[in-house]
Design a protein around this ligand. Structure first.
Ligand SMILES: [Zn+2]
Length: 289
């Protein structure tokens, strides 16, 4: 076997592992989505059928696979089990693989890949929980913010120049949303949205959280119009759309911000004539030694 083939097999095994681990974590995300709003323990495991209450067997708890084998029905009572569980597990598994393919953990960005995968998982919880309950869990926002600490210490090399960007990022999108919250007396925006943008801003830094805010507002406005037409309701959760904005910004934020600065000529205004803004895609992720 040639060394090249061996390496390729190794890479495939790593990605299969990422998929399987992502599906398993996805299963835990389901627990978070259902128990966080009720403030139930996340650890004690007593999964049971929502309809008949029969405890679910260990062998029926395999992510994605079990639901497919049971054809979406409870083994005891035959009532349909929501496809949501499998959707969440699949979204997390596929998302982790795509994020890893984009960042490439095997080129010295292992920790950064892991941190982005964890942010993505937290965004899935925010998306579904806010959709169901109009609540954004504060611990989830704190979790996202906490991921910024290993990111700043280990992923950006030495010098700490980027720390400023992250501290400003904490306020850059959350303060405008806080003002909307205060002016609208909580009608247009919840405090959860403010905390979410604060936590995500601390992780993403200033340029990317502004990209996230812009996309969140645009997607939210479009989704709001569509949902109003379908349901006739004008009250809706903003968190899911902010989450999508944060996801877009986490993956493509630097590219979008650079493009925008150059396209509008802001780069020349800020950095002087002839300046082309190249946001630090590569310097941001030095090889870890
Ligand atoms: Zn049942």
């Amino acid at each position: 076997m040639s060394p090249e083939l061996q390496y390729n097999i190794f890479v495939v095994i790593i990605y299969v592992f990422i998929f399987l681990f992502g599906a398993t974590v996805g299963s835990f995300l389901n627990v978070c989505i259902y128990r966080l709003p009720k403030e139930e323990s996340l650890i004690k495991s007593n999964s049971h059928c929502m309809k008949c209450g029969t405890p679910i067997l260990k062998r029926d708890l395999i992510p994605i696979v079990s639901w497919c084998l049971l054809r979406g029905k409870c083994r005891a009572c035959g009532e349909p089990i929501s496809p949501r569980y499998t959707v969440v597990e699949s979204l997390n598994a596929i998302g982790w693989v795509l994020i890893a393919l984009k960042i490439d953990p095997l080129s010295g960005r292992l920790l950064y890949t892991l941190l982005c995968c964890l942010v993505y998982s937290a965004l899935i919880v925010v998306f579904f929980m806010d959709w169901d309950t109009q609540l954004i869990s504060t611990p989830v926002c704190i979790f996202i913010a906490a991921l910024a600490i290993p990111e700043m210490i280990f992923c950006y090399g030495r010098g700490g120049v980027v720390v400023k960007s992250h501290i400003i990022g904490l306020f850059a999108a959350s303060v405008p949303l806080l003002l909307v919250f205060l002016i609208s007396k909580g009608k247009a925006m919840g405090l959860g949205d403010v905390y979410l943008m604060a936590g995500a801003g601390f992780f993403l830094g200033t340029s990317r959280i502004l990209v996230a805010l812009m996309f969140g507002i645009v997607i939210g406005a479009i989704a709001g119009l569509i949902l109003k037409r379908i349901n006739g309701e004008s009250v809706f959760a903003f968190g899911p759309w902010l989450s999508l904005g944060i996801l877009i910004a986490m993956i493509w934020g630097f590219d979008i911000a650079s493009w925008y600065m150059n396209f509008t000529g802001l780069a020349e205004i800020v950095y002087g004539e002839g300046a082309v803004m190249q946001l630090p895609n590569d310097p941001y992720f030095p090889q870890l030694d």
